[in-house]
Design a protein around this ligand. Sequence first.
Ligand SMILES: CC(C)(COP(=O)(O)OP(=O)(O)OC[C@H]1O[C@@H](n2cnc3c(N)ncnc32)[C@H](O)[C@@H]1OP(=O)(O)O)[C@@H](O)C(=O)NCCC(=O)NCCS
Length: 392
Amino acid sequence: MRSSSAPIRDPQYSLETAGAPSRTPIVLRPASIEDVDALVALEDASFVADRITRRSFRNLIGSASALILVAETGGRPEILGYAALLFRRGTALARLYSIAVAADAAGRGIGRSLLKAAEAAAFDRDRILLRLEVREDNERAIRLYRSEGYRPIGRYLDYYADHMPALRFEKILRGEKLFDSGVPYYEQTTDFTCGSCCLMMALARDVSGFELDPVMEIRLWREATTIFMMSGPGGCDPYGLAVTAHEFGLDAEIHVSQAGDLFLEGVRSLEKQKVMALAQEDFRRRAITYAIPTVVEPFTLDLLRAHLGKGGTAIVLVSGYHMFAKKVPHWVLAHGDDGRHIIVHDPWVADERGESIADAAHLPLPYTTFDKMARFGRAALRAAVFLSPRRS
Ligand SMILES: CC(C)(COP(=O)(O)OP(=O)(O)OC[C@H]1O[C@@H](n2cnc3c(N)ncnc32)[C@H](O)[C@@H]1OP(=O)(O)O)[C@@H](O)C(=O)NCCC(=O)NCCS
């Protein structure tokens, strides 16, 4: 990887490095054009090839889609290290393009401080993931990344000038404070029970005595499933989830952008389509019987935020394309709003990508990112089931 400042003492980046034995405090700040000479010197001393050029440093410092942070000693300005971030437009990704610390300042915690400040800066810019590449033989940097919670997501062969492969790492950014709505997290134990797991999590907070376990996961799935979805066992549909939520003691409200049968276009077999349509008709009839309000129009972010603001939760359909690059419908549970993000429990933990529950629970998704994710398929189907504790 590779990657840019005026002496702004933004308190967020102004920190003394942990573990630095009472030396002059280190200050982090965005780089400015006056820093280019020092950055080039540091770059030349830190890397033997694939160096960032003077021109590139200038461009990065002037670019709205990059940020270079520099570390300097408070008293005697001298650049001891830098971290460069790239922000790809239209995505929720940030990339740590480069990081380096001067050899005579190494091992004092400056690299770690730069990395943390880079994460905070990316989070502030509404990025949910920070990715980076590192030479496979760079044990020192790899140890730093691993210790800060980065997980390996791949390997590029022949990536550097000397043909050394690069390891790719990624970290989900979640800011300093964890939003706690009191909704417990539950990881789905099958590929197809995301909807029922979202419902379970909502029930666990709002219905006393409700217990989360795999037996209940399957039971709720059986009650709310449309039988098939795409291929194989089916996922849940919004009407089925709302009817089941009602039967288990929650108030439900359905928001769906289109009337009629859902998810049929991904199913090739006519017989499967027929069964799905019948199951959905049954759910719609029962929703009417239970007087479950149904709004046939795409819900807006403001509407969802108002609902969450009243302490409700919402099972929201998202495209798996955004979450794990698969074009499958997927349900997540929105359970909080911190003023900039919708807080989500995603029941799917991507073990194959080295994720843990910490990567899937309490995910702060910036409003615009969430808004983009919350639609599925060519028709941009928008569906959510708003849930609240039973009123009477
Ligand atoms: C990688 C680099 C940025 C780390 O900066 P640093 O300021 O020395 O690192 P820190 O003092 O913050 O230490 C952070 C962690 O890095 C690792 N680390 C630091 N020095 C190390 C050493 N000599 N040997 C092994 N690991 C080391 C440790 O995990 C350390 O954590 P710990 O002190 O809690 O054990 C720095 O070594 C560097 O500039 N290297 C050359 C450029 C480079 O390789 N950049 C990375 C490109 S992907």
